[in-house]
Design a protein around this ligand. Structure first.
Ligand SMILES: Nc1ncnc2c1ncn2[C@@H]1O[C@H](COP(=O)(O)OP(=O)(O)O)[C@@H](O)[C@H]1O
Ligand SMILES: [Mg+2]
Length: 254
């Protein structure tokens, strides 16, 4: 019996490409025949909106309450969508950080190869800690801009200390450079410095970088998933490359 691996797309900061990554990475895995469940853990529900799903009655909030029901999207993966009431999930204080993990039982996980969690911003609040506790691995977006790697390094420190606090061994699948402008010397330098720093610490960085492109917000505005509608566009194709790089690395892992 094979159980889904759970991968959280997570970093403290908002607006850095978490949702774009969660949605398009899910599509990239689904394009390779993988069975994927995307869980929207952000009460803003951006991933849910991008997938064009009305989650009423089968949302992440319901999942926390123990009702598991995923919507089948037309994009090749399933989704549990978020509604605003997710911000006020009833707390089970005895297992406050384990509520989501407790719902992702083996019988749920046998249905999927991968469960991707689109995380809200933040780290130490109830929702992100629940996502972290449920995750086997994290993908950490690093927006290619000045000082972004400081924020990511700080987040990784928090992640490691939370591994101890929560008694979990959440692995870093990789840092993913997003909104990258290859023609900008400044951008290249920022990414090079970040790569060197993380290499020294043994933190993996994906070879694939996601270019900055208007096509991503434009796709959202038009109600499309970029990697479905514009899959041959160079910037968008990077998300398929990311999924392929992830899968290849997983095959080669000792
Ligand atoms: N590679 C990119 N190039 C340009 N814009 C992007 C890129 N990735 C995401 N965006 C846009 O930036 C905004 C924030 O991205 P989003 O994925 O929602 O970030 P987060 O989930 O971290 O808040 C959105 O409008 C999104 O369409
Ligand atoms: Mg988001």
């Amino acid at each position: 019996m094979s159980l889904a691996k759970t991968i959280a797309v997570m970093v403290e900061k908002g607006g850095v490409g978490k949702t774009t990554t969660a949605v398009n990475f899910s599509t990239g895995l689904a394009n390779r025949g993988k069975r994927v469940l995307l869980i929207d853990l952000d009460p803003q529900g951006n991933a849910t909106n991008e997938c064009g799903i009305d989650p009423t009655g089968s949302s992440t909030y319901d999942l926390f309450k123990g009702t598991f029901s995923a919507a089948v999207t037309k994009w090749g993966f399933d989704l549990i969508g978020a509604t605003q009431d997710l911000a006020s999930i009833p707390l089970d204080h005895s297992g406050r950080y384990e509520m989501l993990a407790a719902q992702l039982t083996d019988s749920v996980r046998t249905h999927y190869d991968y469960i991707i969690i689109d995380m809200p911003p933040g780290t130490l609040e109830t929702l992100p800690l629940n996502g972290l506790y449920a995750a086997d691995e994290v993908i950490i977006p690093l927006q290619a801009e000045q000082h972004a790697s400081d924020g990511v390094a700080g987040f990784i420190d928090t992640l490691w200390s939370q591994n101890e606090v929560l008694g979990r061994e959440v692995k870093i699948a990789g840092v993913l450079v997003t909104m990258y402008t290859a023609s900008s010397p400044e951008c290249r330098q920022i990414v090079q410095e970040a790569t060197d720093a993380f290499d020294d610490l043994g933190i993996p960085i994906f070879v694939t970088k996601i270019p900055r492109s208007r096509i991503f917000p434009n796709a959202v505005r038009r109600g499309h998933i970029a990697l479905v509608k514009y899959k041959s566009h160079k910037a968008v194709k990077a998300y398929q490359d990311l999924a392929d790089e992830y899968l290849l690395r997983e095959v080669n892992r000792p």
